[in-house]
Write a new protein. Structure first.
Length: 431
C-alpha cells in the first residue's frame, strides 16, 4: 500500500514538472505585456527546458551519491515548495518584466523535483514506471483547458501548471517524505564511493546545449528568410540533434544511452504528429494505453521494435494530409501513447542519472518545434497543401538514432557485472 501511494506521488510530481518545462508559466501580468516581452517569454521556454534538464541530472547525481534515499523526497519537496512560492509571487507581485525570470525559476524548480524523484523512483520498478508515465504524460496533455477545466480565457490556459495542482503534489510529497523518513536506530547504508560522477552531468550539458543552440539557429534562419526553402538548415539541425544524442549516450555507462536516443526520436515524432485538441476525458485513456505499452516493453523489450514504431509514426506524419478524418488522428494518438510507454520500458537504464536524463530530454526543443506553426499542425485550413517537412525531419532523426543504437549495442556491454556486495548495488556508477 505504501509503494502504491509513493507511485501516485511520483506520477503527479513528474507530470507537474514535465508540464512546467513544456509550457511557459504566465500570470495575470501577461495581459500588460508588450509583444517584445511575450516573445521573450516564449523564447525562454526551450532555454528553461535546457536548464531544467541539466539541473535535474545534477540533482540526481549529487543526491544519489551524497545522501540517503530518504533525502531525495525532501529535495523534491523543497523544489515543489519553491515552485509554489514562485507562483504565489507571480499572482500577487509579478510584473510583465519579470515573466521570463519567473519562467526560469519555475524550470529550475521543476528540475529539482525531477532529480529528487528520479533518485527514489528508479530504485523500485513500480516507482520507476510511475515516474516514466508521469514524464511522458505531456504528450497527452495537449489541451489543458479541457482536462483542468480552465476558463476559455487564453491567458488562463497558459497559466500552467495551475497552483492547485502544485499544492496537490506538495501534499503528496509531504506524506511520502514522512512515510520514508529514517527510522530511529536504522543503520546508515554503506556507500561504495563518495566521488561525484560527472559524466552524466556532462552528458546532460552536451545534449541540452547543443540541441538548444541548433534549434535557436534554425529559428533565426526562418526569421531572417521566411520565404525560402530551409531544407539544408533543417538537415543540419537534425544531424546536430543526433550527434548531441550520440555524445551524451557515449558519456553514459553501458547501454544507458538507449534512453537518450529513444527520447530524441520520440519527441521529434510527437512534434511531427502534432498537438491538436483532444477532449479532457481522453487523457486518462491515453495514459492507460501508455501504461499498457510500458508493460509490453517490460515483458518484451526490443530497441529495434521501438525504432520501428517511431519510424512508422513519422511516416504517418509524412503521408497523412491535414484534412484527414479525426478517426485517423485518434488512431495515431493511440499508437503514439503505446509507443511512448514501450520506449520508456525498453530503455531500461541501470543508473538513476541516465534515467532522469532520458525523461528530461523529452522536454527539449526539436527541429520540428521551431518550424512555422502552419508546418506542424494537422488542423490546417481547408485546401491547404500538406507539408511533409515535419514528418521527414522526424524520420531523419529516428533513422539517425537507429544507427546510434546499433553502434551502442555493438560496442557497449549491457552494464557492469552484478556484484554480490549490497553496498555496490546501492551505489551509483563512478564514471
Amino acid at each position: 500500500m505504501g509503494n502504491a501511494f509513493d507511485a501516485v506521488t511520483v506520477f503527479f510530481g513528474a507530470a507537474v514538472a514535465g508540464v512546467t518545462l513544456f509550457l511557459p508559466a504566465t500570470f495575470a501580468s501577461i495581459r500588460d505585456s508588450t509583444p517584445y516581452q511575450l516573445a521573450n517569454l516564449w523564447n525562454s521556454v526551450p532555454r528553461g527546458a535546457a536548464i531544467g534538464v541539466i539541473v535535474a541530472v545534477a540533482v540526481t547525481v549529487v543526491v544519489g551519491v551524497t545522501a540517503r534515499p530518504a533525502t531525495a523526497w525532501v529535495v523534491a519537496l523543497v523544489g515543489t515548495v519553491a515552485q509554489l512560492i514562485n507562483h504565489i509571487a507571480g499572482h500577487n507581485a509579478a510584473s510583465a518584466d519579470m515573466l521570463t525570470t519567473q519562467n526560469y525559476i519555475d524550470a529550475v524548480c521543476a528540475g529539482i523535483v525531477l532529480g529528487g524523484l528520479g533518485v527514489v523512483a528508479l530504485r523500485k520498478p513500480v516507482l520507476a514506471a510511475a515516474f516514466a508515465l508521469g514524464g511522458v504524460g505531456f504528450f497527452v496533455f495537449s489541451d489543458l483547458a479541457d482536462f483542468l477545466d480552465i476558463d476559455d480565457d487564453p491567458f488562463d490556459v497558459l497559466e500552467s501548471p495551475p497552483s492547485w495542482l502544485i499544492v496537490l503534489v506538495l501534499a503528496l510529497l509531504i506524506v511520502s517524505a514522512l512515510r520514508n523518513r529514517p527510522r530511529v536506530g536504522e543503520p546508515e547504508p554503506l556507500r561504495l564511493s563518495i566521488e561525484l560522477p560527472v559524466a552524466p552531468i556532462l552528458a546532460a550539458m552536451v545534449l541540452a546545449l547543443v540541441i538548444l543552440a541548433a534549434t535557436e539557429w534554425l529559428q533565426r534562419q526562418y526569421i531572417t528568410a521566411p520565404a525560402i526553402n530551409h531544407a539544408v538548415d533543417i538537415g543540419f539541425t537534425a544531424a546536430a540533434t543526433v550527434c548531441a544524442a550520440t555524445a551524451a549516450a557515449m558519456l553514459l555507462p553501458g547501454r544507458d544511452g538507449y534512453g537518450v536516443y529513444l527520447a530524441v526520436g520520440l519527441t521529434a515524432t510527437a512534434d511531427a504528429f502534432g498537438y491538436a485538441h483532444r477532449p479532457g476525458w481522453s487523457v486518462w485513456i491515453l495514459l492507460a494505453l501508455a501504461a499498457v505499452g510500458m508493460l509490453a516493453g517490460a515483458r518484451m523489450p526490443s530497441a529495434p521494435l521501438a525504432v520501428t514504431l517511431l519510424a512508422g509514426l513519422a511516416v504517418f506524419a509524412i503521408i497523412v494530409p491535414p484534412e484527414s478524418h479525426w478517426i485517423l488522428f485518434s488512431a495515431g494518438s493511440v499508437v503514439l501513447a503505446l509507443t511512448a510507454g514501450y520506449c520508456c520500458a525498453t530503455a531500461r537504464p541501470r543508473h538513476a542519472p541516465s534515467g532522469v536524463l532520458a525523461i528530461a530530454a523529452l522536454y527539449l526543443p526539436t527541429v520540428i518545434s521551431v518550424l512555422p506553426d502552419d508546418n506542424k499542425s494537422w488542423q490546417l485550413p481547408d485546401g491547404a497543401a500538406h507539408d511533409s517537412t515535419p514528418g521527414r525531419a522526424a524520420l531523419a532523426i529516428v533513422l539517425g538514432s537507429a544507427v546510434g543504437l546499433a553502434v551502442l549495442h555493438r560496442f557497449r556491454p549491457r552494464g557492469r557485472p552484478r556484484s554480490t556486495d549490497p553496498a555496490a548495488d546501492a551505489a551509483l556508477a563512478d564514471i
